[in-house]
Ligand binder design. Structure first.
Ligand SMILES: CC/C=C\C/C=C\C/C=C\CCC/C=C/C(=O)SCCNC(=O)CCNC(=O)[C@H](O)C(C)(C)COP(=O)(O)OP(=O)(O)OC[C@H]1O[C@@H](n2cnc3c(N)ncnc32)[C@H](O)[C@@H]1OP(=O)(O)O
Length: 283
């Protein structure tokens, strides 16, 4: 039985700050905690495609703080959309950008990655829709991925003429073999659910969102008899090299992002990609 909305952070209009929930529907991130298990289901709620803009990333970051402060027993990350988990970074944050906002945007994405990839509590992504690029990254930060049938997932940055940062790559390498990660990253492969299962990009396939949540819960249940402290220390030790690498290079990483994305050739590529997306959605 879902008990409470721990916190529903940041309204969809992008007002920074937080309010305790009145109506969850207008929140960018909805958090519900199950009374019995103590697990939090965190639902991304930025229609139509949960593209990750500064406001949504801020809401995710605040939610992860809340879960950590409340000593969460586990988190299931999912989406309110019927067909998209997350369309990745909001391309509008990168197309004709204002540099100050762009820096804040990237720094907030880094925060989300630190908090999710390094979270002390166990995390599962219930991927109930397409999950390209930044959407795939969010799921890769989790320890386990359950994906519904007939969607696509992958780090497809090279298809947009951009390069996935090294910490995106490290997250993928943590889930699948180095060889498969290299092929996937260089080709910008978007895997179908079944293909993703074969290469280990996802761990289980589900028949519906409910089935995905049930499987995610079963994964979290596996830790019932394991010491939470031993579990989290083990996870963090395994991931610490990747985390320290970005910690040591945060500013350079932001500068590189700004430099790369503001290149005229990259801007042109983003413009064409956006046009193609809009033309497709207009059909
Ligand atoms: C070694 C390292 C060296 C250097 C590295 C240094 C720097 C790195 C520099 C940059 C790194 C950037 C990393 C980027 C990561 C990203 O995440 S980029 C985003 C990639 N995302 C995608 O490619 C997905 C695009 N979207 C889709 O494919 C589809 O929308 C979908 C399959 C997700 C869903 O399909 P549909 O349900 O059919 O929905 P529509 O396509 O009709 O879309 C509805 C609506 O939403 C708009 N939209 C979709 N995706 C985005 C997006 N990502 N951002 C902004 N807007 C998006 C789409 O245009 C439609 O809009 P309208 O036409 O309705 O206005």
């Amino acid at each position: 039985m879902l008990r409470s909305v721990l916190r529903a952070s940041t309204t969809r209009l992008g007002v920074t700050g937080s309010r305790f929930c009145s109506s969850a529907a207008d929140k960018l991130v909805i958090t519900e905690v199950d009374d019995k298990t103590g697990y939090a289901t965190v639902t991304l709620n930025r229609p139509p495609v949960n593209s990750l803009n500064l406001e949504l990333l801020t809401a995710i970051s605040e939610t992860l703080d809340d879960l950590q402060n409340n000593k969460s027993r586990g988190m299931i990350l999912t989406s309110s959309s019927k067909s998209v988990f997350s369309a990745g970074l909001d391309i509008m944050e990168m197309y004709k950008p204002k540099v100050d906002r762009m820096k804040e945007f990237w720094s907030t994405l880094q925060d989300v990655w630190f908090k999710l990839y390094g979270s002390p509590f166990p995390t599962v992504a219930a991927i109930n829709g397409h999950s390209p690029a930044g959407g795939c990254l969010l799921s890769l930060c989790c320890e386990y991925r359950v994906m519904c049938q007939n969607y696509t997932i992958g780090l497809n940055e090279t298809r947009l003429g951009i390069v996935a940062p090294t910490w995106f790559m490290a997250s993928m390498r943590n889930a699948m073999s180095r060889r498969d990660a290299e092929m996937a990253l260089t080709l910008g492969t978007l895997f179908t659910t079944d293909e993703a299962l074969k290469v280990g990009l996802v761990d289980e396939v589900a028949t519906s969102k409910e089935d995905a949540i049930a499987k995610a819960t079963a994964f979290l249940d596996k830790f019932k008899k394991i010491s939470p402290q031993a579990r989290s220390m083990t996870k963090q030790a395994l991931r610490s090299k990747d985390i320290m690498e970005l910690e040591d290079n945060r500013t350079q990483d932001i500068d590189l992002f700004v430099y790369a994305v503001t290149q005229p050739k990259v801007q042109k590529g983003l413009e064409m990609y956006l046009e193609a997306l809009k033309a497709k959605s207009a059909k």
